[in-house]
Design a protein around this ligand. Structure first.
Ligand code: ADP
Ligand code: ZN
Length: 518
């Protein structure tokens, strides 16, 4: 019987193969769940320790654990690491000759290996092995790639639903660091495991101080920042290859030892840049988002975003590369409206354009927020923080608040009365009593709250709604035409007298646009 394992067995595997004495966070519960042959979804931040959640079941269970991973470039390292720890593992992908592939298939049949890493597009070559005779567990790493609501959609992931069909009694464990609610749901649906138990770790990285600055004279600000943090390792994330080169040059000109990194460099150059950074030979790497995946460096002290990332998942993942040792770290984001326009252009025409634009909008709202930024980040991942964090620029330098409970109630009751089906723009039109075609077509002029907020300007309403979203008091359903919806907090505001603190809207001097739905 391998269905359940004693505590002793699990700890001894942890110690023998990985050298650790205790499990971290929910690792042990997750592992037990898999060993009981239950489907499992793991949402854990980068560096949280996801790998052990399928590697220990792999060694405890009898047969093979199939690991689906999109990162061909990292497979060899992962497999080498396992073999060095005494766990027999291999990988199977398009970088190998057909002879190599054949010899791996034989090793599976003769049960010589415990883990096999496979790229999803190579799975078709293993058709005969996807069989309960050989396979006792399937792990799907970077599971958000399956969802077009996710930020890193990969079409090759979309065929993975066949695994449950072919292996109905085999537990599937899907793992990711970056999934909002819509993505989570999409993952379990597409993998045909709607009953999967979900283990969601806290995303709070308290040691990372969050700061957003207006983007004027960025390069100069970056130089000043680094000089104030002498000798500390850091990463400057940029939108374009050209930016990475320009900033790296500027830093070197100022006596700061730095390299640039982007997908246009040769494999050798990229490897050298990574290694020099890991071994503290280079202080700063100016990079595109290509940099950082799979890099295990614990003493990165700061991350600067020279440009705004295209969504909160990306931002969170990138800042998460700092402070992995748990010591103090800093994340500085430069916010510019020009970046927003640029990113909007990139998103236009994409197959999931609406989703991308909506996610960009959330990123922009984070950057413009006047409430605790960590609350916003965490509420994005479905986690509600009761108190302000005290470790972000807004907490440290707070704007003045007023009691906005009545405003919040007006917004929330309007959302309720339109059945949570309308986006921000329509909600505001109802509040302001606008008699436009959209409102009249939908008959929303008959809604009870129609016109109850005519004295507040359109833009101010928009700001208040953004503040409510940022505080987790209502939310945007990206996959339902960006409709505003209620959260657990809404009810407390509407019926339980929970007070809402708002700030008076402030506007940057960007040109005012015609109002559109947020
Ligand atoms: P993730 O895949 O979630 O980003 P990893 O699985 O790569 O994270 O783990 C991150 C680091 O934490 C690795 O160096 C790993 O060895 C270490 N780690 C994982 N579990 C434990 C544990 N129980 N105790 C100590 N270190 C751990
Ligand atoms: Zn805060």
């Amino acid at each position: 019987m391998t269905e359940t394992a004693s505590q002793y067995q699990l700890h001894s595997a942890l110690k023998t193969y990985f050298g650790y004495d205790t499990f971290r966070g929910q690792q042990q519960e997750i592992i037990q769940n898999v060993l009981q042959k239950k489907d499992t979804l793991v949402i854990m931040p980068t560096g949280g320790g996801k790998s052990i959640c399928f590697q220990i079941p792999a060694v405890v269970l009898e047969g093979l654990t199939l690991v689906i991973s999109p990162l061909i470039a990292l497979m060899k390292d992962q497999v080498d690491g396992l073999n060095a720890n005494g766990i027999k593992a291999s990988f199977y992908n398009s970088s190998q000759s057909s002879q190599e592939q054949q010899s791996i298939i034989e090793k599976v049949i003769t049960k010589e290996i415990k883990l096999l890493y496979v790229a999803p597009e190579s799975l078709s070559g293993l058709e005969n092995l996807v069989n309960e005779k050989y396979i006792s567990c399937v792990a799907i790493d970077e599971a958000h790639c399956i969802s077009s609501w996710g930020h890193d959609f990969r079409p090759s992931y979309q065929q993975l639903g066949f695994l449950k069909k072919k292996l109905p009694n085999t537990p599937i464990i899907a793992l990711t660091a970056t999934a909002d609610k819509a993505t989570r749901q999409d993952i379990v649906e597409q993998l045909e495991m709607p009953q999967a138990e979900q283990f969601i770790s806290s995303f709070d990285r308290k040691n990372i101080e969050l700061e957003v600055r207006p983007a004027d004279a960025r390069a100069k600000q970056i130089v000043t920042f680094i000089k104030k943090h002498p000798g500390q390792s850091g990463i400057v994330y940029c939108l374009s290859r050209k930016n990475t080169e320009q900033i790296a040059k500027k830093l070197n000109d100022n006596g700061i030892n730095s390299d640039c990194y982007h997908a246009g460099l040769s494999f050798e150059d990229r490897t050298r840049v990574q290694e020099d950074f890991i071994f503290d030979k280079t202080q700063v790497v100016c990079a595109t988002v290509a940099f950082g995946m799979g890099i295990d460096k614990s003493n990165v002290r700061w991350v600067i975003h020279h440009n705004m990332p295209k969504n909160i998942e990306g931002y969170y993942q990138e800042i998460g590369r700092s402070g992995r040792d748990g010591l103090k770290a800093k994340a500085v984001l430069f916010h510019s409206y020009a970046d927003v326009i640029q990113l909007r252009k990139f998103a236009t025409g994409a197959s999931n354009e609406d989703v991308q634009i909506a996610k960009l909008e959330r990123m922009k709202q984070f950057s413009e927020a006047t409430t605790c930024r960590r609350k916003i980040l965490l509420s994005y991942f479905g986690e509600l923080l009761a108190d302000n964090c005290g470790n972000c620029d807004v907490c440290k330098n707070p704007p003045t608040f007023f009691d906005g409970s009545v405003i919040a109630q007006k917004i929330l009751s309007t959302i309720t009365r339109v059945d949570q089906k309308e986006a921000t723009g329509t909600i505001i039109d109802v509040l302001r009593g606008a008699n436009n075609a959209n409102i009249l077509d939908k008959g929303l002029n008959g809604v009870k709250t129609f016109g109850i907020g005519h004295e507040i300007s359109w833009k101010d309403w928009q700001q208040y709604i953004i503040q409510l979203i940022n505080q987790g008091i209502c939310e945007i359903a990206f996959h339902r035409n960006n409709a505003l919806q209620l959260t657990d907090f809404s009810e407390k505001v509407l019926f339980k007298g929970l007070k809402v603190h708002l700030t008076h809207p402030v506007y940057s001097n960007e040109k005012s646009k015609t109002p559109t739905a947020a």
